[in-house]
Design a protein. Structure first.
Length: 187
């Protein structure tokens, strides 16, 4: 057995189990076995399973918020380039485990107010970030907010759509959607 496992290792293992089987799969015994330690190591890091679940939610939320803010900031010189960069990132680099975690947390949030609050925090940050890109393009606040919702829905929805399409057809659909999401009518 290994000596001592850091809290982040327990959280990472918990996220892995969450991706595989939802919140019910995140069990202390399973994680201890996966990490090659005893359950006692867990209780030196966390008060109980709920404390681990809360830490998992906090880690996930902080990571998702930092990621979208960084991607929107570093994706290019102009707001259009940054929007296109976000679309490219989410459409070309599909992360199966990341999507499984996202879906598991969304399912968990349906029955757990703490998970719901974490998901809501992430949604607000993602929508604020996308909205700011559209405001930077000159959209009014209501238009920017509406476009942010469309962009957000597209970023996550396209990962579940077009699965049976050829790569060429999928690329064509993503390109057409990108044009629609970045064309701003000037008045």
């Amino acid at each position: 057995m290994k000596a001592e496992i850091a809290s982040q290792d327990w959280i990472s293992a918990g996220l892995g189990e969450l991706a595989k089987g939802g919140v019910d799969a995140v069990r202390v015994e399973v994680l201890a076995e996966r990490l090659g330690v005893t359950k006692g190591g867990f209780y030196r890091r966390f008060r109980d399973r709920r404390a681990l679940l809360d830490a998992i939610l906090e880690s996930w939320a902080e990571g998702r918020i930092a990621s979208i803010e960084r991607q929107a900031r570093e994706g290019g010189e102009t707001p259009v380039e940054r929007i296109k960069s976000l679309i490219k990132l989410f459409s070309e680099r599909a992360n199966a485990q990341g999507m499984a975690i996202e879906l598991a947390i969304r399912q968990w949030a349906r029955a757990d107010p703490i998970a719901a609050a974490a998901a809501a925090r992430v949604d607000v940050a993602r929508l604020e970030t996308a909205g700011s890109l559209y405001r930077d393009l000159g959209c009014s606040a209501p238009d920017a907010d509406a476009r942010a919702v469309l962009l957000y829905a597209f970023l996550f929805g396209q990962g579940m759509l077009f699965l049976d399409e050829s790569p060429r057809k999928r690329a064509s659909l993503v390109a057409a959607c990108t044009r629609l999401l970045t064309e701003i009518e000037r008045k």
